[in-house]
Write a protein that binds this ligand. Structure first.
Ligand code: HEC
Length: 178
């Protein structure tokens, strides 16, 4: 019995040691796409820091890699969550989302925070908790952005196009009278 446990322990240790050589690809890229998201969502430096410290590791193309993130099995566990997290919501792809998708992502963003489902619990063991106060700041910023996504710019653009169309019509009507 005792030797069995000892053997199992040795095997486990070997697996962990060998897995150190199987390094998952790092999730690193230029910051340009994230900067574009930050500009579009008018993020304050405070909210930006909260996102960087709690969300970007799994929801952007730039994960931070402190030493413990590079040690297996943590490295493999993180790589898996990054893959999955980016699939659901990737700030580096913000520009490619349609207006409807943006609104939907923001809606989910608020929901995940309100239900305290994000950041993932297992991640907060390593990274530290997201305080209620910081969660509130993220929620407020997301709500502001939902309002922005759903409002002005397009209305203004449509109005301008409409008035041009009306002007053209007037000219044409005038022409036909002469
Ligand atoms: C350790 C990685 C990790 C971190 C850190 C993390 N997430 Fe996630 N997130 C995931 C994974 C994995 C999913 C997809 C599976 C799920 O919904 O649990 C996800 C899904 C989401 C979704 C989409 C939910 C849906 O219904 O499709 C949103 C929005 C989200 N996360 C927001 C956040 C926010 C906001 C933060 C920071 C406060 C954050 N996440 C931090 C891994 C992470």
């Amino acid at each position: 019995m005792f030797t069995n446990i000892k053997n199992l322990f040795i095997v486990l240790l070997l697996v962990i040691v060998i897995s150190q050589f199987l390094r998952p690809d790092k999730n690193e890229s230029s910051y340009d796409n994230i900067a574009s998201f930050e500009e579009a969502t008018m993020v304050s430096s405070e909210v930006k820091a909260i996102l960087q410290n709690n969300c970007y590791d799994c929801h952007s193309t730039n994960t931070r890699y402190p030493w413990y993130m590079e040690v297996s099995p943590v490295s493999h566990w993180m790589a898996y969550h990054i893959e999955e997290g980016k699939e659901h919501f990737n700030v580096a792809k913000w520009d490619t989302y349609t207006k409807k998708q943006k609104d939907h992502k923001l809606e989910e963003f608020i929901e995940e925070l309100e239900k305290k489902k994000m950041p993932l619990k297992s991640y907060t063991w390593i990274n530290g908790e997201l305080s209620n106060e910081d969660a509130e700041k993220l929620i407020q910023w997301a709500k502001d952005n939902r309002a922005r996504v759903n409002a002005p710019v397009d209305t203004i653009a449509t109005t301008t196009v409409d008035s041009i169309a009306v002007d053209t019509l007037k000219v044409k009507t005038g022409d036909s009278i002469q």
